[in-house]
Design a protein around this ligand. Structure first.
Ligand SMILES: *Cc1c(COP(=O)(O)O)cnc(C)c1O
Length: 339
């Protein structure tokens, strides 16, 4: 039933699975769902997505749980966020029910590729929406393709839950306050690749962005949201150039559930000095604790210790527990896709 794959040694790469699902938008409406086993797209070379970046995507996971069930986490939030991205870059919105139906379908079709619980690996689900009609004028496309494919990905923390260093990149912006930072679109990632490669070369896990306008406030931690912990408070930045992370939204709720205060507000860089713990959060890692953040322009190092702090660890275990069905799902966040 399950494929013979070395699950625990998988990276965040691409493994071919058997099926993907697709839905095309033509003549002003979404068509029927199609099941496909081809990994390739047949697309016109003048397709709008290829030239002007009319593309949005999502990322979520399916978990093989200790009780034998397969769960996905808050997929309605991914559907809603994709609709927001669609409005942001003028694409037709895909209805939530259609999104959820296709997620369930692609997971069930590829169930042999859902890694075993013990491996720590998961099935990553990648929905994408692209403008496909041929045109060279800068306008929204007339036709679109929505595709969901899946690929098994290895455990994020191969040597156990651990901390990583980040570096402030004052010389680069991922997104602008009135730009597309709040949408999950490919263009933001293209804009981040150069800063990311420099951070990597210098030995950091990722780059750390300050707000593009004033270079005063914390924005994002590479392609993850930032949070800090101090005085029993979970603090995460608010800004129009940050992508609203579903993991962060969930952590804010869980923080409240375990009795922490939660603050969602602008965070000036200097405040980093006052945090007892800090982390990056997103679907890939849930929480990636931060050991230190270097500001190479000022020579300042904000240090949070080389091991994950107690509150980050507690939140990490709690959220993973909900995803794997071992903690009570009091907020109704998970959907059992396979009983
Ligand atoms: C996807 C993404 C995140 C994390 O969002 P999750 O919903 O938690 O996976 C954070 N920042 C950026 C820029 C992203 O694209």
């Amino acid at each position: 039933m399950m494929k013979n794959i070395d699950w625990a040694n998988l990276s965040f790469g691409y493994v071919k699975t058997d099926y993907n699902v697709r839905c095309y938008y033509r003549d002003g409406q979404w068509g029927e769902i199609e099941v496909c086993s081809d990994e390739y797209l047949n697309m016109h070379m003048a397709a709008a997505c290829l030239h002007y970046g009319q593309e949005a995507f999502e990322g979520l996971k399916a978990y093989r749980c200790p009780d034998g069930k397969i769960r996905v986490f808050r997929m309605n939030e991914n559907a809603t966020r994709l609709q927001s991205s669609c409005r942001g870059i003028v694409m037709p919105e895909l209805p939530t029910e259609r999104f959820e139906e296709m997620v369930k379908m692609v997971v069930r079709l590829n169930q042999a590729y859902i890694p075993p619980y013990e491996s720590g690996a998961t099935l990553y689900i990648r929905p994408l929406l692209i403008g496909t009609s041929a045109q060279v004028g800068v306008n929204a496309a007339r036709e679109y393709a929505f595709i969901i494919f899946v690929t098994p990905v290895g455990p994020y923390f191969k040597g156990g839950f651990s901390s990583n260093p980040y570096v402030i990149m004052r010389g680069y912006d991922r997104s602008a306050p009135l730009g597309t930072g709040k949408y999950k679109v490919g263009g933001n990632y293209a804009a981040s690749l150069y800063a990311h490669s420099i951070a990597h070369e210098k030995g950091y896990a990722s780059e750390f962005y300050l707000d593009a306008k004033e270079k005063k406030y914390i924005d994002e931690c590479g392609a993850a949201n930032f949070f800090g912990i101090k005085n029993n408070t979970y603090i995460t930045p608010k800004s129009t150039s940050i992508l609203p992370s579903i993991t962060n939204k969930s952590l804010m709720q869980l923080a409240e559930d375990i009795g922490l205060k939660v603050e969602h507000r602008p965070i000036p860089e200097e405040e980093l000095e006052t945090f007892e713990e800090a982390g990056a959060c997103g679907t890939a890692a849930v929480i990636s604790p931060i050991s230190y953040i270097d500001d190479l322009d000022t020579g300042k190092r904000y240090d949070f210790g080389d091991k994950p702090g107690p509150i980050s660890t507690k939140l990490y275990n709690k959220l993973r527990g909900v995803q794997y069905g071992t903690e009570p799902d009091v907020h109704g966040w998970t959907t059992v896709v396979i009983e």
